[in-house]
Design a protein around this ligand. Structure first.
Ligand code: XMP
Length: 327
């Protein structure tokens, strides 16, 4: 199969059998392209990079070098899951980089959303490039580019950023084994490769992570409030059958405090905002009609379990006028 273009006649990969055929073809193609050379991959734990990792592990084993950068803005349990699935279960060659202090120090005091995004993006490239330079004999870079990325960059809708950004001295040949797939097909292939459902069917998560949900200048304590409240929301949505139904759901912690009462004393703490939306393409979105009793239960848990929080709000705003994220 021509690996660069999706053939018009290509059948949509919807079944384990079709996924298996795709996997066999790609494993063969990867082996032909790569030979006994080493391949580098930035493994975020997102759907696309995880599926690419699993495919390459199947094809070339430990000649794939995965780099997982923890920038401190990941959801609760994410770095642990990447290590468990890839290092412990799949026996991948995985380099884990704890860059939490580095990112949070750079972000300290920065309140402008676009500046925050730029700092996170640039710092990520810098950390990854530093790691790449330390490795000898790696000449290929694997990426989780998918077919909509190609269509959108060809159509001029957005620059296809996957390949971009690395400094000129890092001149890699690209390996992009899922580039002809749509997202739903990537998920079917991921399941067939044995990745856990929690990884393959997870909701979208922005590159700047929890950083855009800790509104304004990020502080470690408020970031923890975002992470812990998000974990409670995800747990409750999973328990109550909403996890597979709602497109995206998360919490936000704004950078102001309000008065409350705790243990008979005045408290002065942050609010947590819950957002749960449905959409087809993220260009517009509607708000999920979450049962009121469940919202009350989640409020009870967040206000009692998350340090520094005394109030919970539900964001009723569709897109437009609100964007999905708060920054
Ligand atoms: P908005 O907030 O623009 O979000 O309505 C639409 C979708 O895009 C995600 N999003 C991002 N994803 N980097 C990403 O990789 C970003 O900077 C970013 N900003 C928003 C958002 O989570 C939603 O799914």
């Amino acid at each position: 199969m021509d690996n660069n273009k999706r053939p018009d006649s290509m059948q949509r990969i919807t079944t384990p059998e079709l996924a298996e055929a795709f996997i066999s073809e790609q494993v063969e193609a990867i082996r032909q392209q790569v030979g006994d050379k080493k391949v580098l991959l930035a493994l975020s734990g997102g759907v696309d990079s995880s599926v690419v990792a699993a495919l390459l592990i199947k094809a070339i084993g430990r000649n794939l070098v995965c780099v997982h950068v923890n920038h401190g803005l990941l959801r609760k349990g994410e770095p642990e899951q990447v290590i468990e699935v890839f290092r412990n279960q799949m026996k991948a060659n995985l380099i884990y980089i704890d860059a939490v202090d580095r990112f949070l120090d750079k972000l300290a005091g920065v309140s402008d959303p676009e500046t925050k995004r730029k700092i996170i993006g640039n710092e990520f490239i810098e950390v990854f490039a530093e790691e790449a330079r330390k490795l000898d004999g790696v000449s290929l870079l694997a990426q989780g580019t998918i077919w909509p990325d190609i269509l959108e960059s060809e159509g001029g809708i957005k620059a296809h950023h996957n390949a971009g950004g690395l400094p000129d001295d890092l001149n890699f040949e690209l390996v992009e084994p899922v580039r002809i797939l749509f997202k739903d097909e990537v998920r079917v292939v991921g399941s067939e490769l044995g990745l856990p459902d929690g990884m393959v069917y997870r909701q979208p998560f922005p590159g700047p992570g929890l950083g855009v949900r800790c509104v304004g200048a990020i502080t470690r304590d408020r970031l923890e409030a975002v992470r812990e409240s998000d974990a409670i929301l995800r747990e409750e949505f999973a328990k109550n059958g909403l996890a597979g139904k709602v497109w995206q759901y998360f919490t936000i912690v704004p950078d102001f405090r309000t008065t409350g009462i705790r243990d008979g004393q005045r408290s002065y703490d942050w609010p947590v905002v819950i957002r749960a939306v449905n959409t087809r393409d993220a260009m517009s979105a509607t708000v999920e009609d979450v049962p009121f009793a469940l919202l009350q239960h989640i409020t009870d848990r967040i206000t009692h379990e998350v340090a520094g929080v005394n109030r919970v709000l539900y964001d009723l705003t569709p897109k437009p006028t609100g964007t999905i994220e708060w920054e």
